[in-house]
Ligand binder design. Structure first.
Ligand code: ADP
Ligand code: MG
Length: 397
């Protein structure tokens, strides 16, 4: 069919034509933000799930809705290797500048900008990547201890006071939160705890891989009580169907029932895969209605496209040892797997593999659902590993 009109949108963070199956969660996040706006206790939320389930687009959607209702937002993504204060500082500055244009919040926002100046100039010693413009001079004693845990608390408190005076909420949206280093994570949690205790309208909506929950708990044991951790999983069958059918309908295209069933089966409801299969099924189908044969013909190319993009970007960042470890896991199936079973696959000792396992966790490739268990963070990664490292050579190293 006409490629120009293909509605499907595979890609990391690419908004889907239909955001299916997330209405309930969106509503609960909206309620939390609105509660914060009127000074009621509102829990921050961390969206956790595997790669490709749709965390980023959900985060962006919730943020767009919040902005549309007059909530002030900042959005950052925590890439590996940048410090949290460096990412936060310029965004908080912008938020404070916006608040400073509102008469009711002006003075407090300016005080917030003074806090930011103290924060950034003192912490620059430790976090050299901080780069932010100063609009006002620092106020001695305000967020300028040079200690992240203390200063972030003081800074977010000022931001919260300004947001409260403006009758709004400051919502922090942070993607890939699992990459934030533990000490910085602890500081963020402490700061959120503080704003909660003072009932200030600051809400954190984060997203990350499943290890995020444990990482936050390690950083501050009370984190698991302070925040909600809604799990973002594959779409239910009705939601997966909607994700495909609705965009087709809007283009006046029909799909036969067994074609739909096939799409749901091969994708297992994973959002990224639905977009990818939807895309190539559209490309492959000669005309409406889409048939099961169209889906089957599209599958080979959909898999190849996933291998080249979704899976490949992760594979390319691995060392040979890490590849081998993942290949051994793949040999055992989708997982989770016991460390001992993985080691037995290529006659290695568990202890000798421990560093590889932990570097894979740091890179966000695997996580530990239970002590001693290891699971992929990318759905269907086991099958990919077998395609890209076929045969038995990997066992030899
Ligand atoms: N609820 C949904 N319905 C349909 N497609 C979705 C949905 N959520 C995400 N997608 C699609 O899935 C892909 C991955 O989404 P993304 O937000 O990047 O996932 P994650 O951040 O969890 O890795 C994108 O192509 C996006 O358009
Ligand atoms: Mg994402």
């Amino acid at each position: 069919m006409d490629s120009i009109r293909n509605p499907f949108a595979p890609g990391a963070g690419t908004p889907p034509p239909e955001l299916a199956g997330r209405d309930e969660l969106r509503e609960s996040l909206r309620i939390a933000l609105e509660r914060a706006r009127i000074g009621r206790p509102a829990k921050s939320a961390m969206l956790v799930g595997l790669r490709g389930v749709g965390k980023t687009v959900l985060l962006d959607k919730v943020r767009a809705d919040a902005e549309a209702s007059g909530i002030h937002t900042v959005r950052i993504e925590a890439p590996e290797g940048r410090s949290l204060p460096a990412l936060l500082a310029p965004q908080l500055r912008q938020a404070l500048l916006r608040l400073s244009h509102l008469q009711s919040a002006k003075d407090l926002a300016i005080r917030g900008l003074r806090a930011l100046a103290g924060f950034a100039s003192k912490l620059k010693v430790t976090y050299e990547d901080i780069e932010v413009g100063f609009d006002y001079e620092a106020e001695p004693g305000l967020a300028d201890n040079g200690d992240l845990e203390h200063d972030l608390q003081a800074l977010l408190e000022q931001v919260g006071l300004a947001a409260k005076a403006a009758g709004t909420v400051l919502a922090l949206f942070i993607d890939e939160l699992q990459y934030v280093e533990e000490g910085q994570m602890a500081a963020l949690i402490t700061a959120m705890h503080r704003t909660e205790q003072r009932q200030l309208p600051v809400v954190l909506i984060g997203a990350g891989l499943p290890q995020l929950r444990g990482r936050m708990g390690n950083a501050k044991s009370y984190a698991e009580r302070l925040f909600n951790f809604p799990e973002i999983g594959p779409l239910s069958s009705p939601a997966a169907e909607q994700a495909i059918r609705k965009p087709l309908q809007e283009e006046g295209v029909a799909i036969e029932d067994d074609a739909m069933a096939q799409l749901i089966e091969v994708t297992e409801g994973y959002a990224y895969f639905l977009q990818q299969w939807g895309y190539y099924t559209w490309e492959t189908a000669p005309a409406s209605p889409i048939t099961r044969a169209d889906v089957e013909r599209a599958s080979q190319i959909a898999v190849a496209a996933l291998d080249e993009s979704f899976f490949r970007v992760r594979f390319d960042r691995l060392t040979p040892k890490e590849k081998r470890y993942l290949r051994a896991m793949a040999e055992l199936g989708p997982g989770p797997h016991r460390s001992g079973d993985i080691a037995a696959c290529y006659d290695a000792r568990v202890t000798s593999l421990a560093p590889t396992r932990s570097s894979l966790i740091t890179k966000g490739m695997v996580w530990s659902p239970n002590h001693g268990d290891t699971a992929f963070t990318v759905p269907m990664f086991d099958r990919f590993m077998k395609r890209i490292m076929p045969g038995e050579d990997w066992r030899l190293g």
